[in-house]
Ligand binder design. Structure first.
Ligand SMILES: C[S@@+](CC[C@H](N)C(=O)[O-])C[C@H]1O[C@@H](n2cnc3c(N)ncnc32)[C@H](O)[C@@H]1O
Length: 323
């Protein structure tokens, strides 16, 4: 079976409660499900990066990293993700942005704690709204159209939401405030006007294995560092340093509820051991940038900070003169 047909077959089976060996294995790994929306306060850190007219390599995830970057003027975007459904979801969101107003967009895509806390959205992926976006989706990316058309028309829609997507979705305040394009109608309209021109490159692979033959101005590793030993992240940064342009910035890790003096708790991921992390990354002299955290948004408390650990490549490579 061709790769796309296999993906669709497995996804469709999953929505019917049938798991073959491969898709069952997929569900056991952490990243077998799509993130419906970002779990990071992207609006909190995005202005630290220079995206206007520059390039970005990012994880795909909810597509929100890419969509917010487009809003900030980034046109050259590469999305690399181990999750094979990433491209389909990017185009579904793009077709939604092109055809919906912001309220409709939320009604179609939001699920957890929507429209109000303690509710789940019974209208998620409603076929009435899907009908509004599907001709654009078909033109944007035919595989994405086939994928969602098959799932939405043949399965219970909440079941699709729960099988293909993770339950990790914030409340209204968290989701809206973390995404610049969802903060207000003007930003949403601005994205609507530019998104059609953007054609990201999609790579379904593992950051730890993939080899590039180009460079980027910005690289975002999201919070993948939470799932790997910090020494492995250091090796990853060593490798991606070669793919980073001079004056470019690399987001080594997103860190929840973290300030420079936050004391490490042994039950947390190793990357949160800041003393060790700064020691391992000393060659890169990274900066810890704070902003209102996800929990801070939820609790309306700006003192609860998240952080991004960022390496700025400022040294030009030494010029080697041949004799
Ligand atoms: C770390 S997860 C967390 C979600 C994130 N905090 C957000 O706001 O969207 C982000 C994405 O990284 C992807 N991912 C994790 N490890 C990866 C790897 N080694 N290579 C490529 N993608 C990876 C997952 O599939 C997921 O889509």
């Amino acid at each position: 079976m061709e790769n796309f047909e296999k993906l669709l077959y497995q996804a469709s089976n999953r929505c019917s409660g049938i798991y073959d060996k491969d898709s069952f294995k997929d569900l056991l790994i952490v990243f077998g499900r799509l993130y419906p929306f970002t779990t990071e306060n992207i609006a909190g850190y995005i202005d630290f990066f220079d995206l206007e007219g520059k390039s970005l390599l990012t994880t795909g995830s909810s597509a929100d990293q890419a969509l917010n970057a487009v809003l900030k003027g980034c046109k050259d975007i590469t999305i690399l993700d181990v999750n094979p459904y990433t491209k389909f979801y990017y185009y579904l969101k793009t077709a939604g942005i092109l055809n919906f107003n912001l309220d409709e967009f939320k009604r179609f895509f939001r699920y957890k704690e929507f429209p109000t806390t303690f509710d789940d959205n019974r209208d998620v992926f409603s076929l009435d709204l899907f009908d509004m976006l599907k001709s654009d989706l078909r033109l944007l990316d035919y595989e994405s159209y086939l994928f969602w058309d098959e799932l939405f028309n043949n399965h219970d829609l909440e079941r699709v939401r729960n099988e293909i997507f993770s339950n990790d979705e914030g409340d209204n305040r968290e989701v809206d405030a973390s995404n610049l394009y969802m903060c207000d109608e003007n930003s949403y309209l601005k994205l609507k006007n530019v998104i059609k021109m953007i054609k990201p490159e999609f790579i379904n692979d593992d950051f730890f294995h993939y080899m590039f033959n180009r460079k980027f101005d910005n690289i975002w590793f999201s919070n993948i560092a939470m799932y790997y030993p910090t020494s492995k992240m250091r090796e990853l940064v060593d490798r991606y340093d070669d793919y980073l342009n001079n004056n470019g910035k690399l987001l080594i890790s997103y860190l929840y509820k973290t300030k420079i003096d936050t004391e490490y708790d042994i039950s947390w991921s190793e990357i949160y051991d800041l003393e060790k992390t700064f020691y391992l990354f000393k060659k890169y002299n990274p900066e810890l940038i704070n902003f209102t955290g996800i929990v801070g948004l939820r609790k309306k408390d700006d003192d609860i900070k998240d952080a991004v650990l960022v390496y700025k490549k400022s040294n030009a490579s030494p010029i080697i003169y041949e004799k």
